[in-house]
Design a protein around this ligand. Structure first.
Ligand code: ASP
Length: 360
């Protein structure tokens, strides 16, 4: 039984998955050292200054995982998808907030958008992710501010779809990308404006407000954020399959670069090697291509051979701005050509896995 947002939606659910936002310092290992994923989500919320917009709402928390997000894997994603689907379907839940490590936040955000996008549009509810670059016990921790901002975004009437909030930026799952290894403002919306920004409340009540950027369609026309169906969202049956299978189709990611060879492709396609490593056969390959989707000629020959043997090839650019035009692109040497996507390479990999999962 699923319920749209209504006046009865008086609860916010916060799901903890770990990350630096839940990290604790280990000074015995050196200045600035810490271990991610230590502090329970309940404790992260304790004592948090609650904005006026949240007064009267119940905040319920649940620990879904407690990991460093560099180690994100299938069982955690499946657990997260299940809990998000469960909570979003409750009539009294206004939206779900997830605390997450910064390292793979963009992948989880895209996975959630790809699989839960249709449900979020149907229910008119948002899913927000937030994070931190400093551990929870740092004197100048950025987690509490990001959490407060993310809660503000979550209760904003215009919030729709999967959004990421960090350092006062609000970014859509399709575009969010970690671009800096250490600074607090570590994320950008790749190739497009941020979805919005946290600003001081213009009403001057000491609170915060979200200033949303206009959303435009391909023709430049205004659109409502909740109407946007992002390219390569997963096909309808993919959520059920993603939750039930114990392994998703094997899709690897590699770079095209100067002085490249086909060696990596040959190794990845080698069935004996896959067996020795207890890996399932390769089903797809995403290439982080140079510039506007170009591939080193040595690599291209190997990719064409792999494609002819049934491995799905998908090109994404290794540039952080100006994603490729989605569609088929011709091969330089009259081969079959490869499919291309405007997603970043790591997100393209997820979309290809989901596509293969659904039997394509
Ligand atoms: N390694 C951490 C993680 O992704 C980094 C962070 O959260 O900033 O969990």
């Amino acid at each position: 039984m699923q319920a749209k947002t209504s006046d009865k939606a008086q609860k916010i659910v916060v799901l903890g998955t770990g990350g630096t936002i839940a990290g604790l310092s280990t000074p015995e290992k050196g200045a600035g050292a810490y271990v991610a994923g230590q502090k329970p989500i309940e404790d992260l919320l304790t004592g948090l200054a609650i904005a006026p917009a949240l007064k009267g709402l119940t905040i319920q928390s649940e620990q879904v995982a407690q990991i460093d997000s560099k180690d994100m894997d299938l069982p955690v994603w499946q657990a997260l998808l299940r809990r998000c689907r469960h909570w979003l379907a409750q009539a009294d839940v206004r939206g779900v907030l997830i605390t997450h490590g910064t390292d793979t936040l963009e992948e989880t955000a895209w996975l959630l958008q790809a699989l839960l996008g249709p449900l979020l549009r149907e229910l008119g509810k948002p899913l927000v992710l937030t994070c931190a670059m400093r551990p929870a016990d740092a004197p100048d921790a950025d987690g509490p501010g990001n959490l407060r901002d993310a809660l503000q975004v979550l209760v904003d009437p215009q919030a729709r779809g999967v959004l990421a909030v960090c350092a006062r930026r609000v970014m859509r799952a399709h575009a969010v990308q970690k671009v800096h290894a250490t600074r607090l403002d570590a994320f950008r919306s790749s190739g497009r404006p941020d979805a919005g920004q946290l600003v001081d409340d213009p009403a001057g009540a000491g609170g915060l407000a979200v200033r949303w950027s206009p959303v435009t369609d391909a023709q430049g026309g205004a659109q409502h954020a909740h109407d946007v169906v992002w390219p390569l969202e997963a096909p309808a049956g993919a959520l059920e399959s993603a939750l039930t299978v114990s392994a998703w189709p094997r899709v690897e990611l590699l770079f095209s670069h100067a002085a490249a060879s086909g060696a990596m492709v040959h190794m990845m396609c080698d069935a004996d090697l896959s067996r020795q490593l207890a890996l399932p056969p390769l089903r797809g390959l995403v290439v982080a291509a140079t510039g506007n989707g170009t591939v080193h000629r040595e690599l291209e020959v190997a990719l064409e051979r792999a494609q002819a043997r049934g491995v799905r090839i998908l090109l994404a650019t290794r540039c952080t701005e100006g994603g490729l035009k989605a569609g088929m692109r011709a091969s330089a040497d009259e081969g079959a050509g490869f499919a291309a996507t405007d997603l970043s390479p790591v997100k393209a990999r997820l979309s290809l896995m989901l596509d293969l999962l659904d039997g394509h």
